[in-house]
Design a protein around this ligand. Structure first.
Ligand code: ADP
Length: 456
């Protein structure tokens, strides 16, 4: 089932409870007023019957009725009966059962369905005359009908009230939840653009949602500050380490020229030089990435022959490939031109090819392809080496991520692919990888031939 939004859920709940409450209140009201109305009808009937005693008199041994006795006051019918129950004077409603037994001074309910009556009798003796019964009859349905009209009106008004409450509630809740939507959108934008400088920016308010948004903004500011501090720290550290590494390298070179060194001392010194070189390389990659993070990494694009540049990079790696028993194959279309930063492009290709050789395990091949396609240049570095497992594949673009941490490659620090990705994206290109464990990997990139004007 499709998920219902919070707005709809709260509106439905609110409307349901409002309707329930209204129904209960109306039910109670109707039941109380019905009792009240019927009670007052009975009281009226009783009063009318007692009053009618004055309308019956005896003249010359005969009963004489006043005209009022025949009036239909408040829907009450009056009739006079003799002791045996024989009708003498008055009126009874149409359909009333004449045979109803007389019950002196008590209220009776007779009839069923649409023909129900309250009946009230009194027995008394007018003057010297024999005992008579005065009977008052009043329709219960008549009293109930007036209530039914009100009930019907309520039944028509209730759905209207529900619809009105629901609609008003929905707009009110939507308005109340608008800040929550704004918070969600901000988070989604941050996730998409990785831009921590965004804020919800609801302004000042006193309700809980405003306080939440303000707290959220404060938290974002703190996170951003933390990231900035970390970037600055990495940048400062790599800056500071650059000089000592360069000094170690220079000193090693100078010392290695000393004729008096023993063979063993030379070997040890060469080992130090190699490690210092790797350290210096790692520092320069770190510096590159921290500059890129801070938007300070310079890109100097110019129109270059990518075919020649790619070939040059591949040739640079030929010796290394040979040493590892790997065949370097090239399928490079001639004279493909694009607007790129020459040194960054070289860095990218060298990184990809050196990875393909380093993680190959040999013997085998590494194939470098370059091809022009409409406004793009498509390139790939393919190898038939060890490949990468599906679990590791999504992480290889992360900094310092290395699949086989135990087998640390000398000049590989886990910063190569993040750098490659940044270079491709800085050229408004794309890069992706496909790999099968035990079969090999293909890194494919696309670069636009013309600069789009958009700078990252
Ligand atoms: P490093 O600088 O250590 O090579 P990278 O960021 O370039 O780090 O690569 C990250 C990880 O991706 C490497 O540790 C390696 O395990 C894996 N990898 C990269 N390229 C290949 C490849 N062509 N074949 C197999 N594994 C690869």
């Amino acid at each position: 089932m499709k998920k219902i939004s919070l707005k709809i859920k709260v509106t439905l709940m609110f409307t349901f409870f409002m309707t329930l409450l209204t129904c209960i209140s109306l039910g109670l009201l109707f039941s109380l007023s019905s009792q009240e109305i019927l009670g007052s009808v009975q009281a009226q009937l009783e009063k009318r019957v007692y009053e009618s005693m004055d309308e019956v008199s005896v003249q010359n041994g005969k009963l004489d009725m006043e005209q009022d006795f025949y009036d239909l006051e408040d829907g009450i019918y009056l009739a006079l009966y003799d002791e045996t129950g024989t009708f003498l004077f008055g009126r009874v409603p149409y359909g009333f059962q004449e045979k109803t037994v007389f019950a002196d001074g008590s209220m009776q309910t007779v009839g069923t369905g649409a023909a129900r009556w309250y009946v009230f009798d009194i027995k008394y003796r007018p003057g010297e005359f024999q005992d008579v019964y005065i009977r008052g009859v009043c329709s219960i349905n008549r009293a109930e009908n007036s209530m039914k009209t009100v009930q019907r009106l309520a039944l028509i008004l209730l759905p209207l009230l529900v619809a009105l409450t629901g609609t008003a509630g929905y707009f009110f809740i939507r308005r109340t939840l608008r800040p929550v939507r704004q918070i969600t959108e901000t988070v989604q934008e941050i996730q998409k653009d990785r831009d921590l400088s965004r804020r919800v920016g609801l302004g000042r308010g006193t309700d809980e949602v405003y306080v939440m948004a303000e707290t959220f903004d404060k938290m974002l500011a703190q996170i951003e500050e933390g990231f900035q501090r970390e970037k600055q720290f990495t940048s400062d550290v790599s800056h500071e380490l650059r000089m000592p590494a360069a000094v170690i390298l220079a000193q090693c070179e100078e010392l290695l020229e000393d004729e008096n060194l023993t063979r063993e001392q030379k070997t040890q010194l060469q080992r130090i030089q190699k490690k210092a070189f790797e350290m210096s390389d790692m520092i320069s990659r770190l510096l590159f990435l921290s500059r890129a993070d801070q938007g300070r990494q310079e890109i100097q694009k110019e129109r270059v022959n990518l075919s020649e540049l790619t070939e040059m990079a591949a040739l640079e790696m030929e010796l290394l490939a040979e040493k590892e028993n790997i065949r370097l194959e090239m399928q490079i279309e001639e004279n493909l031109f694009a607007e790129v930063d020459e040194s960054l492009y070289l860095r990218m290709v060298v990184n990809l090819v050196s990875n393909a050789i380093a993680y190959h395990g040999g013997p085998g091949y590494v194939k470098i392809r370059l091809q022009g396609m409409e406004n793009q240049i498509w390139g790939s570095i393919e190898d038939d080496g060890k490949g990468i497992s599906p679990e590791d594949l999504p992480h290889i673009w992360e900094r310092f991520y290395r699949v086989d941490k135990a087998r640390i490659q000398d000049s590989h620090s886990g910063l190569g692919l993040p750098m490659v990705k940044w270079i491709v994206q800085a050229h408004q290109g794309e890069i992706q990888v496909e790999s099968t464990l035990g079969k090999g990997s293909v890194f494919t990139f696309w670069l636009p031939t013309e600069e789009s004007g958009e700078k990252k």
